[in-house]
Design a protein around this ligand. Structure first.
Ligand SMILES: [Zn+2]
Length: 452
């Protein structure tokens, strides 16, 4: 047995004989949401810096300015001939304030909010409060920001985003990336949505009143970055994950548990003097939940010429098995399938292109990138508890946390040992991948298409 595999065995043994990963997840969840602009965000930064420095890891900070957003009150009232009732609702992130005024009008249902669905009712949308649910659309799954952009384009006065999962849970999430949206946006539960749809059926015209007060200051935040020098120092693999959650939640699966995982890797590498083949640069990204803002600023600002690959952990822990996405890159897909045979584990490998997480800005710079998710046990639930107040640490088991950490360690090690890294992509290759996947229109709508 060579020295390297002995170290690997020791690290894997240690993962299962300790409970540190689970304690880290709880620490990050109990400090609060880590939402950008809150005290708990600052607490999370200090927590990471404290631990990393105690592991004698080379740590740096990357500061940047962004469009901030602070949640205020939200009232949402339904009036018809038979009912007059206020329902609990919350504002969506980066949605504007109504500045003390109440916005009032007829509320209608726009289903999944795809262009196909909205076109069918396009004459009735202008000036209305438009309910859109978070479920699949007639065009398949669409990101909330696309549904919002569609609603704005069709002339809605307010975007009412309804959860498609039960449990009296309000969905949140950003409506634009790094800028304030055009129209107010509120999240309501599935139960409220179903009731309003029923009232509309019976009474046809239902009035709705919305009043939201949010603040929109310019703020600064920072990424926490640390490196484990490799045998090949000038080839860098970035391992990233966002540490911010949503202000209504602990953000346990999304994404405290991934951050706990990379903190644990730092500790274990140091404890066992693990030297990777290529240098590993870990980045705990800030301000992801505002529309992948922090990593976009970082990739536009920093020289990435030595970065050969990016591995993004978003929702890593929580469910087994794991799903590895290859962003439409054929060579990467082929290599990942080969790599699968070297690991004593069988993750799902797909060519899925993830555009709403921290890997995407790296992809736009031509860097081969993957995302690792925990597969959802039931694909029908979509995000499930994600982006609601129910994304809490108790949904994660100790065993899932340990297995996910072990998987991350084995995968990163195997990935790093590959003889050659997949080639970087030229702009024309990136554009071809996105066009072949028919993502051009969506990405333009999302203001995430930097090409001519
Ligand atoms: Zn996330």
């Amino acid at each position: 047995m060579n020295e390297v595999s002995e170290i690997n065995e020791r690290i894997l043994g240690r993962i299962f004989s300790e409970d540190v990963i689970y304690e880290r997840i709880k620490d990050l969840c109990l400090m609060g949401s880590r939402f950008s602009g809150t005290d708990s965000e600052k607490e999370a930064q200090d927590y990471m810096l404290h631990f990393l420095r105690s592991y004698s890891v080379d740590v740096s900070e990357y500061e940047f300015e962004y469009q901030g957003w602070i949640r205020g009150d939200c009232s949402f009232e339904i009036e018809s001939s038979k009912i007059s009732q206020e329902f609990p609702a919350i504002s969506l992130v980066l949605a504007p304030s109504t500045n003390g005024e109440t916005i009032e009008g007829t509320i209608i249902d726009g289903g999944g909010g795809s262009e196909t669905e909205l076109k069918r009712i396009q004459d009735s949308i202008p000036g209305k409060l438009l309910m859109i649910n978070s479920g699949d659309t007639e065009e398949g799954w669409l990101h909330r920001r696309i549904k919002y952009a569609n609603s704005v384009d069709f002339g809605a006065k307010v975007f009412v985003f309804a959860n498609h999962n039960p449990g009296q849970l309000f969905p949140t999430g950003s409506v634009r990336s790094n800028r304030i949206g055009e129209i107010p946006a509120v999240g309501i539960s599935k139960e409220t949505y179903e009731l309003i749809k029923e009232i509309i059926k019976k009474e046809e015209v239902v009035n709705c009143k919305v009043n939201v007060s949010n603040e929109t200051p310019k703020l600064t935040s920072k990424h926490i970055i640390w490196e484990i020098p490799g045998e090949i120092e000038d080839e860098v693999i970035v391992i990233g994950g966002h540490y911010d959650g949503h202000d209504i939640a602990q953000g346990a699966v999304d994404n405290a548990a991934s951050i706990a995982t990379i903190l644990e890797l730092a500790r274990l590498y140091q404890r066992f003097n693990y030297v990777p083949k290529r240098t590993l640069r870990f980045i705990a990204f800030a301000v992801e939940e505002f529309g992948v803002v922090g990593s976009t600023i970082y990739t536009n600002d920093v020289d990435l010429s030595d970065v050969v690959a990016m591995i993004n952990l978003d929702g890593l822990v929580g469910h087994i098995p794991k799903h590895i996405t290859c962003c439409g890159i054929e060579e990467l897909f082929t290599q990942m399938n080969k790599l699968k045979n070297q690991m004593l584990y069988d993750p799902k490998i797909s060519k899925n292109i993830v555009t709403a997480s921290d890997n995407y800005p790296f992809f736009l710079k031509g860097i081969p990138n993957i995302c690792i998710f925990g597969e959802k046990p039931d694909p029908r639930v979509g995000r499930g508890y994600g982006h609601t107040s129910a994304d809490t640490f108790d949904k994660i088991t100790r065993l899932d946390a340990k297995l996910s950490l072990a998987f991350a360690f084995i995968f990163i090690d195997a990935f790093n040992r590959m003889e050659v890294m997949p080639k970087k992509l030229s702009e024309s290759e990136i554009v071809k991948i996105l066009k072949d996947a028919k993502l051009e229109d969506q990405l333009k709508l999302l203001e995430k298409w930097p090409f001519k």
